[in-house]
Structures are given as C-alpha cells and as structure tokens.
Design a protein around this ligand. Structure first.
Ligand code: APR
Length: 225
C-alpha cells in the first residue's frame, strides 16, 4: 500500500514544541507572520535570527514522541512518503529515513547571495559570513510566507499515486499543504486526518481520528498491519 503522510506542528506538541495557532500567533508581541517573512527579515534581521535561534534551541532540547516513532516504524513496513510542515528534526531523530521538509529546517542555513546551504550553527546572527562566498547574506533555511515551499514536485507525485493519505496535527490553514487532501482524494486516495479537533479543511477527509497524536498515531499505524 502506498501511503502519503503530512504532519504539522500538532505532532510535535507533546514533545513540548508550541504549535502556531496555540500561541495565538504571537512571539515576543510580534505576529509570527511578521517574523516569518522576507520583509520581516529585511526589516529586522537580528529579531528574526533571535526568533529562529530560540526555536532551534527548543527543538534541540525536545525529544521525539510516540507519534514520530510510529511513523518511523510505518516506513519500515509500507511505501511511505513523509512530508512535514515542521522545521524541527524530530522525525529524523525518531528514525524516519526520508522526510520532505516543505517549509525548510531549523538545522539548515542558506546564503541569500549565492544559494549555498550548510548545517546551521546553534546561533545565527546578521553579518555572519557565508562559508562559500563570504558575503554577510546568511539566513535560516526556512520557507517564509510568500516563498515557494520545497519538494512540491515529489509531493504532488506522492499524492497522485497514494492509496492512503493522512494529515496529522495540522490545522489546514496554510496552503499549499491545506490542499493536499483534496488533491489526493480526487485521485482516489482514502483521506484521513488525525487531530485534536476538526481542521479547517475537514470536509476534504473521509475520516477523522480525534485524540493526541502520541496515542492516535501508534494505534493507527498498528491498525495498518
Ligand atoms: N495531537 C494531535 N493534534 C494536535 C495536538 C496533539 N497533541 N496538539 C495540537 N494539535 C493540532 C491542533 O488542533 C491544530 O489543528 O495541531 C494543529 C496545529 O495547527 P497549527 O498550529 O496551525 O500548525 P500547522 O498546521 O503545522 O501550521 C502550518 O503555518 O505558521 C505556519 O509555516 C507555519 O508550518 C506552519 C504552517
């Protein structure tokens, strides 16, 4: 069976990483959308680096939970394409072999001048020189609002060939990820969401399993055999 899974901030909530909607979208009295945009970075790169330095430290201190571990187990028994909107590395640390981080990763750094990518240091600051071109144009390798998500070609392909699509811990507020269920459903996939409550695109799913991911995901994976 071909399975495509999309995860969101809800799968990492029980690992202690705050979701976006739970903190009513605020950080240090800034709207998250203001610190997660190219315009926000241009306006105040030190503030934006501080935001991602904090998130990078939080993610490093967090541990994968039973939901992350169950998806790693799923990949050992089925043809799984795992896509995440999350920028933490908890899926990898749980043992998932291949993760498509469509919104980038906290552990990645990018040079806005030459496009070079490297492993981000724990703390980044404006003016850090790019290891390749030495220009002070470094930024977190995060896909900000208004930028093109990563991996979409592979994602559309997986959605078009999946027998089963599951969205886990995502509110269905942000496109293109919020359109994945409809895309898969139109091509015959069974669509399931696992969440604490109905998501904004709940009508796109055939079924919903309600509960905390650390309980519902292991149970769902076990039910697949
Ligand atoms: N188990 C299952 N689901 C949970 C849990 C849990 N323990 N805790 C929270 N949730 C659900 C919430 O009900 C909500 O539907 O997880 C979802 C979290 O939604 P958001 O905070 O909107 O996170 P997400 O959907 O990943 O946001 C998508 O928006 O802010 C941008 O780029 C950012 O990648 C992010 C994107």
């Amino acid at each position: 069976m071909r399975i495509a899974v999309l995860t969101g901030a809800g799968i990492s909530a029980e690992s202690g990483l705050a979701t976006f909607r739970a903190v009513d979208g605020l950080w240090e009295s800034h709207r998250i959308e203001d610190v997660a945009t190219p315009e926000g970075f241009a306006a105040d790169p030190a503030l934006v680096h501080r935001f991602y330095n904090m998130r990078r430290a939080n993610a490093a201190a967090a541990r994968p939970n039973a939901a992350h571990l169950a998806l790693a187990d799923l990949a050992r028994r089925h043809d799984l394409t795992l896509v995440t909107q999350n920028v933490d590395d908890l899926h990898e640390r749980a043992g998932s072999p291949a993760v498509i981080h469509m919104h980038g990763t906290l552990n990645g750094a990018l040079c806005a001048a030459c496009g070079h990518r490297w492993a981000a240091p724990a703390v980044m600051a404006p003016g850090d020189p790019c290891p390749a071109c030495a220009r002070p144009a470094t930024r977190p390798d995060i896909v900000w609002f208004g930028e093109m998500p990563y991996g979409l070609d592979r994602i559309w392909e997986a959605l078009e060939t999946a027998d089963l699509f599951a969205a886990i811990g995502t509110s269905g507020n942000v496109y293109p990820a919020a359109g994945f269920a409809q895309h898969a459903r139109r091509r015959g996939a069974e669509c399931l969401e696992l969440n604490l409550e109905a998501s904004a695109n709940a009508r796109d799913f055939h079924r919903r399993i309600v509960g905390p991911a650390s309980r519902t995901v292991p149970e769902w994976v076990a039910s697949l055999g």
